[in-house]
Design a protein around this ligand. Sequence first.
Ligand code: NAD
Length: 479
Amino acid sequence: MKKLLEKCDQLYINGHWLKGEGEKRVLSNPANEEFLTEIHEASVEQVELAIQAAFDAFRTNDWAINKGKRIETLKRIAQRLEDAKDDLTKLEVINTGKPYNEAKLDIDDSIACLRYYVDLIVEKQPRRIKMEDGSVSKVHKEPIGVCSLIVPWNFPFLLGMWKIAPALAAGNTIVFKPSEITPLSSILFTELLDQCDVPDGVFNLVLGAGKGPGEALVTSDKVDKVSFTGGSETGRKVIELCAQSFKRVSLELGGKSPFLIFDDVDADLAAELAIYGAFLNQGEVCVASSRLLVHENLYETFLGKLNEKLQKLRIGDPFDQNTEMGAIISKEHLAKIERYISIGKEEGATLLFGGERLNRKGLFITPAVFTNVKQNMRIVQEEIFGPVVTVQSFRTEKEAIELANDTKFGLAAGILSGNQERAQKIAGELKAGTIWINSYHTPYVEAPWGGYKQSGIGRELGPEGLDGFLETKHVNTQK
Ligand code: NAD
């Protein structure tokens, strides 16, 4: 592990490792609060250097136009990642505090995502249209140019790959910035990519916070597209900055997703799925089902089962194979979660279960369940991004849909019902980008991911994810 942490003062710019000249940041392991490493972040000048490298690479080498070369290079990277899976997983665990088993799946999904986009570009051909006037049109898709990719801390590697894979496959050059608090897996990724003959300047890694490095990535005139994942408030700033120069921008933002549970399902299964939906990754998930809406006939039985199962939930050492919930990412974030638990109590909601710190080293808290909540309470309307859930009952389908849609967010929703027809009909009425019927959470690389309303603009994954990194050009030819 020590060797893995050695490169942490380095940025990767124009094919070279460079010592960061910006802020220094100490990282510690959330699960035991022990020192991990000190990060030397990028100065704004170094971010500009990285953008310049990407700008020059887009114009001077054949990355954008040589699809065959891109395919071979990206395949090599996928193989390197495959070989380094265990190291990548360990870094993700010590940096985020998430359970090893979950991090392992994240790394597998990341490699699958890279391979998916390689396969997708193999097939891609211009669309040809024969017009009534005898002319022929071709619709070409071209890389946009220099892309700034900015991601948060909850799935550092996976969310990075959701951008890096389509952006590179499309032929763009990129500057990638992981969250300032979770850069470790990205540094190892860069080391692996460095061994794969990627032309200099095509991929650049900068480390650092939003203020300074992040803003430089958004404001530079040399950047053509910003692809951002993070909080809705930050997203607002990003889109405002992009508007100045009409930069292409896609935003994957926050959520407050409802899970509608009907009375024609087994309460045991419902409680299990609800726990998975709400508390996977310690509830630090943009699509977490943080609002459980339960039919009144099932409500009391459901709460009983939920309580029973949560008492047994194994919280603790992320490297223990039996652990179901790990540590909260940072002291500051844990304090934010606790503040929301206090707000919930002050608002008059009942804290039915949890919300207590574990009596051990590390940033652990038991999942909190609130009942007796009102729709206008802050704990119902605001994204907490931690293991806090509200449970409300409903009587009719109409009421369930109204409660579900009564939010500024629209990222995801779940429906649990034995009646397929009803579930499909309700799915049609929910204002959310992803809806899971009788399941929750799985991101399918083949299908789009993104938000309605204040949860974002644009889509990742699937062909839509590739399209977000392409410009469209129509060429019409009259003989
Ligand atoms: P955040 O908005 O604080 O930061 C996200 C990233 O943006 C970080 O890399 C940060 O350094 C950078 N940043 C911050 N200010 C910036 C600025 N002014 N200009 C440019 N970059 C800036 O979010 P976070 O706390 O890291 O992550 C949690 C949020 O991310 C939650 O709201 C969550 O819902 C959201 N999220 C959304 C998705 C999705 O797919 N929709 C996925 C994961 C997380």
